[in-house]
Design a protein around this ligand. Sequence first.
Ligand code: GLN
Length: 508
Amino acid sequence: MHHHGFGIYPSLFYDLPRLTNTMLNYSLKQLSTLLAAKKISSVELTGEFLGRVKVLNPDYNAFITVDEKMSFAQARVADAMIASGQAHPLTGIPIAQKDIFCTKGWLTTCGSKMLSNFISPYDASVIERFNAAGAVNIGKTNMDEFAMGSSSETSFYGPVKNPWDITAVPGGSSGGSACAVAARMAPAATGTDTGGSIRQPAALCGVSGIKPTYGLVSRYGMIAFASSLDQGGPIAKSAEDLALMLNVMVGFDTRDSTSLQRETEDYARNLAKPLQGLRIGLPKEYFVEGMSADVARAVEAAIVEYRRLGAETVEVSLPNTKLSIPVYYVLAPAEASSNLSRFDGARYGYRAPEYTNLNDMYQKSRAQGFGAEVKRRILIGTYVLSHGYYDAYYIQAQKLRRLIAQDFAEAFAQCDIIMGPTTPTVAFDLGEKNSNPVQMYLSDTYTIATNLAGLPGMSIPVGFSDNNRPVGLHIVGNYFAEAQMLNVAHQYQQVTDWHTRMPHKLTA
Ligand code: GLN
């Protein structure tokens, strides 16, 4: 981890824990109330969480960069905003930012050697929005290189560990963000989701996460992987917290050509609504094969809870979902091969120290700067886009993408919301799927279709496996149904306590 200026704040000597267990579980709203009542300052709160990062991060590797000086500077600004009555709901609250968001003055690596020397000269839209809200950046979180992965093991900065079990992966690619929230190193975090990278790590770490409808969160300054699929979103402890995070993150942006211009909405507005009469669609294809017994048990128990809350279930069918992995692994690498062509050693980022001419410089910089998974994607992408294969692979995949979206449209004629498991299994062991890319790709089997369709998806914790690893429930809504999905998740979280569980050794 890159430390800048740890120890410049002399009054804080960190012992774990300083925040009480109850405080570690405080919602964003509760933290905001404490700050507004001047029970704690943002500088103090920031110091407490930085203290936890300092003690816990060496074990978990959730952060690539922590810059105490910059965080405290933002906290002082937040305290001034609060003092002058200009506070927003997230003013003064520390938020961990995935290292895919360009952050002015901060090292922004995207988990790659290619950007290991890149200090961003500008802020991503998402970062600008958090800054305007007075939130404090607590650090940049570790991730799979260029967000390619499902385990956070492909990072140039080493693997992230799962706080529930240090021998397990946290999921990916937003594994650092999910780990940071699960280990209570930050009250909330940002992530990005191209095929499951918010929901899958949220599920594997026992926290909540939502990928909004494509186009709601600006991609400006969010380092591009597969532009037609990438979408930013929050990871937090509860649906209620996700709503407050979305209120900051969502908004039209002229600098992103796929940004949607819509009326501003309050994502927390429906949280209290009873679920009487809600029609939950259960895709029959999800409940037949592939799902482990542990996951099935917890997901089925959650469905029973929803029936108790007044919802009814209907069987729906998503027959083309089985095609989503092959379709995704044509389209995402195709877009990635184009997006990643900008990393050539010439403009910014890593350049090979020795080379003979311009071509050699490109080749050596890319050969040395990219890791194996990124190279695999560039090769596949270049192949499927090349003359003679374009029609057979790329065009064909685009057609299937339409069919996959069509399945959801038909399902949503019969139900309000779709539920199933977020992942086929709980967190797997570190190293378990490293040598088998296809096995790794299959861990996104339930999440990828929503990215292909552009639909919103979320994951909430609903239990544990026999070996005490968290299980996530996947909730998919129709386009722009985020407020409804958060309502559905919040009502469950009012009558269950999975979302308040913390890994034991991290508490007093
Ligand atoms: N695991 C998928 C991949 O490697 C999805 C990653 C993501 O959503 N960023 O492409």
